[in-house]
Design a protein around this ligand. Structure first.
Ligand code: FES
Ligand SMILES: [Fe+2]
Length: 451
């Protein structure tokens, strides 16, 4: 069956009234093709951080859906996202992961594009094209760009709401993610390159897992038994230590837009817990940040975000400050790209501690990530079997027990929350997915008048 109106997603393949989702949405080729048209071509997608392209002329390659894009800062300092695709025959016009350039020259027949996307050079313009080619019509294809506290997103569809509206009620939580440890909106700095690796599973497994799965601890049991936290204590996170000694609400937050967040709401104004006693500079830094954050945020300092997923394919993690993108590569493969960031003004000792933490925590060799990759690829296999795929997946945990708001009004927006564990976030995510998939497919515009 090809894409088009025949397939019903909301209430059909995604039946949230019953808490059931068809395994087909993870494996069907036609469904996947529809995703590229109906979701990836219309959503705001993460392409990089401003600190990746600090100087005029800097660029790095990104991905939107399956396609390569150039994320750059032009000679005037403006950010752009271009399809990395020559308008002549589609060759990649940029072949390096990152660099600095005022132009992008296609290696096939040497059409040349400026850092503002204009077609500025065409061989044989006179002898071959007889000066009849209107170069102004054949510049690089450009996406809409939004920089949010330095995190840069792009979208192909001008009819998609502006990025802040698209974020909707996630704004409170994503703002919290964008804050530095001291509660201000200063500069983050991406460090190292982009971790890139492939996993044999559908792109949605990671996105839903980061958005709401608080209870897959059995698969991290061995990791929890070793020293992994930045503080050099057993377990994965420093905040685990804090949580154990304080009363907290462990919350799953869903927004009506289908984005979601996880985090802890402390019931009181918890005291700073010393964690880096062996490293005075690092200890001083985090103690100072803690005091500043409490002073700046007041009661709101009780919220401690852990991460979440911005629909469709961007997952962010607080603490280990990272942005991960689940790039679709066919229904059966995901290319994961992840970047890590540190506060730009932090001492080098602090940056080193954070860097070492992320190396052993996340990424292709990170201890937790290896468990997750096994989970998702096995789940994907489990969606493919001839017999297995006749039976839906169960997404019913906590159905009907979502609570609007929680328990303080300043947890922004029209959110729903459940405490501890539930699958409400995954349901909200797939609800949005199904609504987007039920939209009519992209209609190709009539051909331009002859040029
Ligand atoms: S494909 Fe780029 S110049 Fe021909
Ligand atoms: Fe995990």
């Amino acid at each position: 069956m090809s894409g088009g109106g025949a397939r019903r997603y909301t209430g059909g393949l995604v039946n949230l009234d019953k808490g059931r989702i068809s395994r087909e949405i993870f494996t069907g080729q036609a469904i996947y093709d529809d995703e590229l048209e109906r979701i990836f071509a219309r959503s705001w997608l993460f392409v990089g951080h401003e600190s990746h392209v600090p100087e005029p002329g800097d660029y790095m390659l990104g991905r939107m859906g399956e396609e390569s894009v150039i994320f750059n800062r032009d000679r005037h300092g403006r950010l752009h996202v271009f399809l990395n695709n020559c308008r002549h025959r589609g060759m990649r016009v940029c072949r390096y992961d990152s660099g600095n350039s005022r132009k992008f020259a296609c290696p096939f027949h040497a059409w040349v594009f400026s850092d503002e996307g204009e077609l500025i050079g065409v061989p044989k313009l006179e002898s071959g094209y007889h000066n009849e080619l209107d170069r102004s019509q054949w510049g690089l294809i450009e996406a809409c760009v939004a920089s949010y506290h330095g995190y840069v997103f792009a979208c192909w569809d001008e009819e998609t709401p502006a990025f802040e509206d698209y974020l909707g009620d996630l704004r409170f939580y994503f703002d919290d993610y964008c804050e530095l440890p001291d509660g201000t909106h200063g500069d983050w700095e991406a460090f190292g390159g982009v971790f890139k690796w492939k996993v044999p599973c559908n792109w949605k497994f990671g996105a839903e897992n980061f958005g709401g799965d608080y209870y897959h601890n059995p698969s991290h049991a061995s990791v929890d038994a070793v020293v992994l936290s930045p503080a050099g204590t057993r377990g994965r996170h420093t905040y685990d230590t804090v949580s154990k000694t304080r009363a907290v609400h462990k919350l799953n937050i869903l927004t009506k837009e289908g984005h979601n967040a996880r985090g802890e709401l402390f019931k009181d104004d918890y005291a700073y817990v010393p964690t880096y006693q062996e490293m005075a500079v690092v200890e001083d830094y985090f103690r100072d940040c803690y005091a500043k954050r409490q002073a700046k945020l007041g009661e709101k300092a009780r919220w401690y975000g852990h991460g979440g997923t911005i629909f469709p394919n961007v997952s962010y993690s607080n603490g280990v400050q990272s942005m991960g993108t689940w790039h679709p590569s066919g229904p059966h493969e995901t290319e994961i790209w992840r970047i890590f960031l540190a506060p730009k003004s932090a001492p080098d000792e602090v940056k080193n501690v954070l860097r070492h933490y992320v190396i052993r925590y996340q990424g292709p060799s990170g201890l937790t990530e290896q468990d997750d990759m096994e989970n998702w690829s096995s789940a994907h296999q489990g969606a493919r079997g001839t017999i297995a795929k006749r039976h839906d997946f169960h997404y019913g945990m906590g159905m009907g027990h979502e609570r609007k708001g929680w328990p303080v009004s300043w947890l922004g927006g029209e959110i729903y929350a459940t405490e501890d564990v539930s699958e409400q976030n995954q349901r909200a995510y797939y609800g949005r997915w199904a609504r987007d998939m039920d939209r009519p497919p992209f209609q190709r515009k009539p051909l331009q008048a002859a040029e």
